[in-house]
Design a protein around this ligand. Structure first.
Ligand SMILES: [Fe+2]
Length: 451
């Protein structure tokens, strides 16, 4: 499964079925109407047809390890509590008190023996069952006889990730995730934990975020500093259910970059990640990617990391997955950069960009999360503390490093143009095949398909 450089190899079907060509999924001439990026009626229908009927990534399983551990998951107008029950299973409930509707849990993560409403102190067990009503004698019996438990939603775990669905009839998670589940399982995210979690509000539609992070065609224009260490013409794979994958080759200058020989600072960063001292390195930038792969294999052999399960590509590159509708994962053997695009409750011109870095530390000199993730040296990577969620508001830099700051600056500009009556809809290249695939699935779902 080694990476190759043919740009136009768009694959679809079972994992690793690389010889199949992508079927024509969008009749080629279709140009989606741009109202999907700004129209309130479209956003409302999208909430009902897509978000209320899909599996949605809610939290890493490591956030709910022990009975009573909970994580709050907010999306659009809804808030959910994901909780490990006394039975050891993970459950999810709307974060709503059945008494007067108040939200029950205000923290992002934590641990509780029961839920207590902040309004009138009604209490619920971890399964969402009402266990105490304050002053029950003051209720008429015909009022209290109504269902007074919390409302639960479907909640299932796969590849170390917890998903929920508001649709009680949704197909089992593993069935829906099947096209990419074996890929995700390789990374053993069930043994990783959160070392950074940031949420920032951006002035664009959530699909503007999905689109921007599902292609690297824009790197030369928006992130020219990446050209010295990342190639930008890469293999794309398309899978059923709107899922896709793209390899983003690291430790290798783009073919647009003039100097393919010198070990530039970006290449040096990649060498250090693999435990190679750039000062001692004898190779050229063009050779670095293969040397990084060899060094990681050697490190795995020495430390018993089991990298036999990864291809060379998966060792050096970012292997990026899109999970329909709104989650993307940048996978590396050491860490996974999980990001999701959360629609705003009422405004289609805003979304929340939610990023989580999952990591499992290995006690070896130089072993660390990939440098491109931009973690500061002070971050605790031991897994002993779950970091707080850091929030930034509209117009503030998200504090996720230069590349993501550039994206957050640009997306409101794209949104402003996409709202114009002069914009007639996107025209996608084959470098943007993942966008076309995503929107084709979105359209299918908007027309009533449920899976
Ligand atoms: Fe970008």
């Amino acid at each position: 499964m080694n990476f190759d450089f043919r740009l136009w190899d768009i694959h679809i079907g079972a994992p690793h079925a690389f010889n199949e060509r992508a079927p024509q999924i969008d009749n080629g001439a279709t140009r989606p109407s741009p109202d999907r990026y700004h129209d309130k009626a479209f956003a409302d229908a999208e909430w009902e047809q897509v978000f209320a009927r899909s599996w949605l990534f809610a939290c890493p399983a490591s956030d709910v390890r022990e009975p009573g551990d909970f994580a709050r998951f907010d999306i659009g107008r809804e808030s959910f509590i994901i909780v490990r029950g006394e039975d050891g299973d993970v459950h999810a409930h709307y974060n709503v008190c059945p008494h007067r509707g108040s939200q029950l849990v205000l923290d992002d993560v934590g641990s509780l023996a029961k839920f207590t409403c902040p309004f009138h102190s009604w209490q619920f067990d971890l399964d969402g069952r009402n266990i105490a009503v304050t002053d029950p004698e003051t209720f008429r019996p015909e009022v209290l006889c109504h269902d007074r438990d919390m409302t639960s939603v479907r909640c299932e775990v796969a590849a170390g990730l917890v998903f929920i669905s508001m649709d009680p009839e949704v197909a089992p998670l593993t069935e829906w995730l099947a096209p990419i589940l074996p890929h995700l399982e390789l990374y053993e995210m069930d043994q990783m934990y959160v070392i950074q979690h940031r949420k920032s509000d951006w002035g664009a539609n959530w699909k503007g975020g999905v689109d921007a992070f599902a292609e690297i065609y824009h790197l030369h224009a928006v992130h020219p500093q990446t050209q010295c260490l990342m190639d930008d013409r890469t293999q794309i794979d398309l899978y059923p259910n709107g899922f896709s994958r793209q390899f983003v080759p690291f430790a290798q200058p783009s073919r647009r970059f003039a100097d393919q020989e010198a070990v530039n600072p970006g290449i040096a960063l990649m060498l250090r990640d693999a435990g190679i001292d750039p000062e001692q390195y004898q190779g050229t930038a063009h050779e670095t990617r293969a040397d990084v792969q060899r060094a990681k294999r050697k490190r795995s052999d020495e430390l018993g990391l089991g990298y036999e399960r990864f291809s060379d590509t998966q060792l050096s590159d970012s292997t990026v997955y899109s999970v329909f509708p709104n989650t993307q994962l940048g996978c590396h053997p050491e860490a996974v950069f999980l990001h999701r695009f959360l629609p705003h409750a009422t405004d289609p011109n805003q979304f929340t960009y939610d990023t989580i870095i999952l990591y499992r530390h290995v006690d070896a000199p130089g072993y660390r999360p990939p440098a491109w993730m931009g973690l500061s040296e002070e971050i605790d990577t031991s897994g002993e503390t779950r970091p707080d969620v850091v929030r930034t508001g509209l117009g503030e830099p998200p504090g996720l490093g230069e590349v993501l700051d550039q994206d957050s600056d640009l997306l409101p500009i794209v949104q402003a143009g996409a709202r114009s009556r002069g914009f007639r809809g996107p025209l996608w290249s084959e470098q943007e095949a993942r966008l076309r695939h995503f929107h084709a699935e979105l359209d299918r779902r908007m027309q009533g398909a449920t899976s």
